[in-house]
Design a binder for this molecule. Structure first.
Ligand SMILES: Nc1nc2c([nH]c(=O)n2[C@@H]2O[C@H](COP(=O)(O)OP(=O)(O)OP(=O)(O)O)[C@@H](O)[C@H]2O)c(=O)[nH]1
Length: 136
């Protein structure tokens, strides 16, 4: 089965995390699901270079890439992904949607309100363990 290396950015601005909704895809199990921005690593790129490039392409912003949160291995019906998830920060929330159909900034405790791609569930669960509760 095809194996792909993916990088994903968990972009945080003032305690809120950027969540992106994918458009319609030929693979129904990822079609219109929420995900973290990012994409496939290209030849001769480091994971961090790939992430900075994907974020520039998808959101038209520069981010600060921090520590790696986790690596998720997931098998979909047609391919396997190894997804390297990085905690990132952005100075503002002024993103431009170039590929996705929707974006949301949510507090970590709110992340389970969305319909996530299956590969993202372990990262979402880890993020939901955060301590800083939002001011409600
Ligand atoms: N970027 C991203 N992709 C994810 C996540 N979760 C997840 O299952 N994926 C899957 O990993 C794959 C990443 O491919 P992509 O389509 O985003 O990457 P890309 O922009 O380089 O693709 P392309 O240039 O082939 O269109 C997709 O099949 C996507 O559904 C996630 O949180 N972020």
């Amino acid at each position: 089965m095809k194996q792909i290396e993916v990088v994903a950015g968990i972009i945080i601005n003032q305690d809120k995390i950027l969540c992106m909704k994918r458009g319609i895809s030929k693979f129904t199990y990822v079609s219109q699901k929420f995900e973290f921005p990012g994409g496939k690593v290209e030849d001769k790129e480091t994971y961090r270079q790939a992430l900075a490039r994907e974020i520039r392409e998808e959101l038209r912003i520069e981010i600060e890439i921090g520590e790696k949160l986790m690596v998720v291995n997931h098998t979909y019906p047609d391919f396997q992904i190894r997804m390297h998830c990085y905690l990132c920060s952005s100075e503002n929330r002024k993103i431009t949607l170039t590929e996705h159909i929707e974006s949301k900034w949510l507090y970590c405790q709110e992340l389970n309100q969305l319909d996530w791609a299956a590969a993202d569930i372990p990262a979402v669960k880890r993020l939901m363990e955060c301590k800083n509760a939002p001011a409600t």
